[in-house]
Design a protein around this ligand. Sequence first.
Ligand code: DAH
Length: 343
Amino acid sequence: MVDLDELWKNARSELAAVADPEALDVWRLSYLGRHGALTQVLRGLGDLPQEERRSVGARANELRSELEKALEERQAALERDRVATMEAGSIDVTLPGRPHLVGRLHPITRTLRDVLGALNSMGFQTVEGPEVEWEHYNFDALRIPEHHPARDMQDTFWLDSRKDGKRSMLLRTQTSPMQIRFMETHQPPIRLASPGHVYRYEATDATHEWMITQVELLAIDEGLSMRHMKGALTELCQALFGRDRRVRFRCDYFPFVEPGAEVAIECGLCRGAGCRSCGNEGYLEVGGAGMVHREIIENAKYDADRYTGFAAGFGVERIAMLRHDIDDIRYFYGNDLRFLRQF
Ligand code: DAH
């Protein structure tokens, strides 16, 4: 049996020699660790005869608290020494610490979350699509064939994907291709919200970027009419801009909807009267919309006499600019913390 007094003596003298936290840890392990000297004694108690077990056990437990106490005291002493050394040296320990930089969500991420939040609460499910897209989904299936003037409005980044020089892949110019993709794999009723980046080969200026974020909406069901479209889109706009804002729908043309509409909100400054901020329009455009073209419903192999639907597309940068009075879209991706920290 180990001599406990001897163990205590050794432990104390070794502890006194400990000069840094690493050595302290070595000491702790050698006495109190899983394979430490005292731990071994405590483990071996069961092998002792009854009479001895009691007294040795009591002493060993006592010793454990003594060792633990000594350890704590040594630790505190080491810490005091450390601070004293630093204070004596050139380090000013009274200087405040350097703050950690706290990140935050990008203003577009925040706006996008608000848009999707409003849509999800109306039952639209969020599904993302690919940014590298086939010409078929981005254009043809949306009734924008080659040489259609609507293609000219979306100057396109084509991918040289074929050896014969013909190109069929591109960076999607809109999120509308997700309408087609989703209809291929789902049956009505459909409530889709599809966010993501879109790309256009544009010269950059205060209102144009070569990459922007869009959210596409698609609803297909029995009996959907323009009333449902106006209701859902008015709800979305008012959730984003305030309940008192009027929402205006005017005729517009998009090949994949009929009729098509432009969606605009009342100018927050002049309330529809017309001012400099809205270019005397009284209203600010936020997106496009319309009733899904019958041909697209038929192409999806849905019963076009039974199902109708509406679709819409919104620009997230545009919404963020209008909500926060930002006058230049280039701020979003300019990586200037003075701008980004304001959100
Ligand atoms: N994809 C169109 C664009 O980028 C926006 C759009 C208009 C989407 C009308 C729609 C819609 O779903 O119905 O200009």
